[in-house]
Write a protein that binds this ligand. Sequence first.
Ligand code: NCD
Length: 298
Amino acid sequence: MKDIISVRDLSLEEIEHILKVASNMEGGTTPLLEGRMLGTLFFEPSTRTRLSFESAMRRLGGDVLGFASPTGTSVAKGESLADTIRTVGSYADIIAIRHPREGSARLAAEVSSRPVINAGDGSNQHPTQTLLDIYTIKKEKGKLNVRAALLGDLKYSRTVHSLAYALGLFGAELYLVSPRGLEMPPEAVKELEDIGSEVKETERLEDVLAKLDVLYVTRIQKERFPDPEEYEKVKGAYKVDSATLESASRGLILMHPLPRIDEISPEVDHMPQAKYFQQVRNAIPVRMATLALVAGVV
Ligand code: NCD
């Protein structure tokens, strides 16, 4: 495994292997990547993804260089992505890249002699978020063929585009719940059906809530709307609070890739269903596993 660009490049067996390696990384540090360097190239804002990659690399005995915004780099002078990647490849052994343009991570992998990990490309894919999401689901529910609802901005959220596919591979039943205009792109729904997933689309969470194992909430991706007025129409379209959870099944887990804006009320943070801060913590062993695997040391 050289690069991690899309969940579509991973087989079910490979995903299971990554989860197993991650579980061996839990709670520890190990000098597997001593003397190696990770380059974190973030052309878009990030808190968890960038910091957990850095933390994971250091826990593996490695070091990190990179940037959190392209403003102070030669990108501001007009340098191409390909040249930036070639340059960083001379200084780092692994590259993690987040970029607003879909397909940019694939392009980076094509020009890079170093392994490339996609830390989010536009609204396309965010494979390591998916790996930590399914790691969390497996840990909490003991299985991946769950009944899951993906709620919110299914049009622009890269996290759900990745996650839906991976859950589909594992035979999950998927409910796609979104405000009108933010539905999952039809070609993505078709792809899910093609891999044998049972998919139902609805605008009303109430209709499916009682039968769910997993409720995965997403933020409306304001920065991806071509027209700010369209955002104004859908913002605040849904909110999960303690009343929502009262009508849910007892075993439900509530997930969110974060950051949240107003779609999950902080009043549910202390409830046993809330697992989003668990997801934050699971980022460490999962990203340690992906770094070790692309570096070929496990
Ligand atoms: C997500 C992202 O960047 O796609 N954040 C993350 O990596 N955990 C979700 C989002 O920005 O809404």
